[in-house]
Write a protein that binds this ligand. Structure first.
Ligand SMILES: [Zn+2]
Length: 291
């Protein structure tokens, strides 16, 4: 693996965090970038083909502080140090937790997880699309909305897999340390912008608004589902924080998405039957938010 640090990043700190992850089989060709300013993304983007540049650029912004990406034999993990995750520069356990999460994305993708999930998603395409079709919006807008819902649902499900895998590798304490501080830095729970969502449907901002709303609903799922049965004092505190976040928004529709959480807790498995149920439920709940 090649570690590339840019800006005022303390390389030694991250080398130490990586040494705590010997349980992971990190691919040799992986490029791990740790940067403290999105301007360093240029260096990563430059060798990519033109078709891939806009996708990578859209990931590389201050909101999305870390991600894992593959293209044409290149495996890239990028971690951006921003105010919301600056704690990883001080807290070794939390740094190891975030690295374990992103590296496991790469490992599972190589084992075919992303392809498998995308296949199951495609298989449930028509029934889900029919549902949104009932919104009677122009076809272009429907496509946009459909893709937004699908992308968020896929991201959240991948994260449930990744976090379950990290826990099964015995690295749960690090992951817990990361999420614990991540939620702590939020200080308050972000409120879903649902009230404006129905109105936003008619505007060009529709898919962005929908993605934000769904991200809020699904973002806690990859924490809640894998850690539910985890025995650690901090896990209990984390669960309390997650519940508090949900309760604050229950008034509107969050209770609806509680069903998605229940489904994942009860039926999580690698089978397409479960995946199809999961995607259909996310689309159904989203449809109910929009009518
Ligand atoms: Zn992830």
């Amino acid at each position: 693996m090649k570690l590339i640090c840019r800006g005022k990043v303390n390389e030694k700190h991250f080398i130490k965090a990586l040494s705590m992850l010997s349980a992971l089989e990190i691919p040799k060709e992986l490029e791990l970038y740790i940067i403290d300013d999105p301007k360093y993304c240029k260096e990563v983007i430059r060798p990519l083909p033109p078709s891939q540049k806009p996708i990578f650029r859209s990931f590389c912004n201050r909101e999305r502080t870390s991600f894992s990406y593959s293209w044409g034999g290149r495996e890239i993990v990028l971690i951006q140090i921003a105010p919301q995750n600056a704690f990883i520069t001080k807290n070794l356990g939390a740094a190891a937790g975030l690295l374990a999460h992103e590296l496991t994305h790469t490992i599972l993708r190589r084992k075919g997880l992303d392809r498998h999930l995308a296949g199951c998603y495609e298989a449930s395409y028509y029934s889900n699309f029919k549902l949104l079709h009932r919104l009677k919006l122009p076809r272009e807008r429907l496509d946009e909305l459909f893709n937004a819902v699908g992308a968020e649902a896929l991201l959240a499900l991948k994260d449930v897999y990744v976090n379950s895998e990290v826990l099964s590798m015995g690295l749960g304490d690090y992951l817990l340390e990361y999420y614990y501080h991540r939620l702590e830095t939020l200080r308050y729970c972000p409120m879903p912008p649902f009230k404006d969502l129905r109105r936003a449907l008619k505007s060009d901002a529709a898919s962005a608004a929908l993605r934000d709303a769904l991200r809020f609903q699904l973002t806690l799922l990859p924490i809640y589902a894998p850690f539910k049965a985890y025995r650690h004092k901090k896990a209990k505190l984390l669960m309390r924080q997650v519940k508090k976040c949900y309760e604050q928004s229950v008034e509107d529709i969050s209770s609806e998405f509680g069903d998605v959480q229940k489904l994942v807790l009860k039926e999580f498995s690698p089978s397409c039957t479960f995946h199809r149920k999961y995607f259909s439920l996310v689309f159904l709940k989203t449809f109910r938010l929009l009518i």
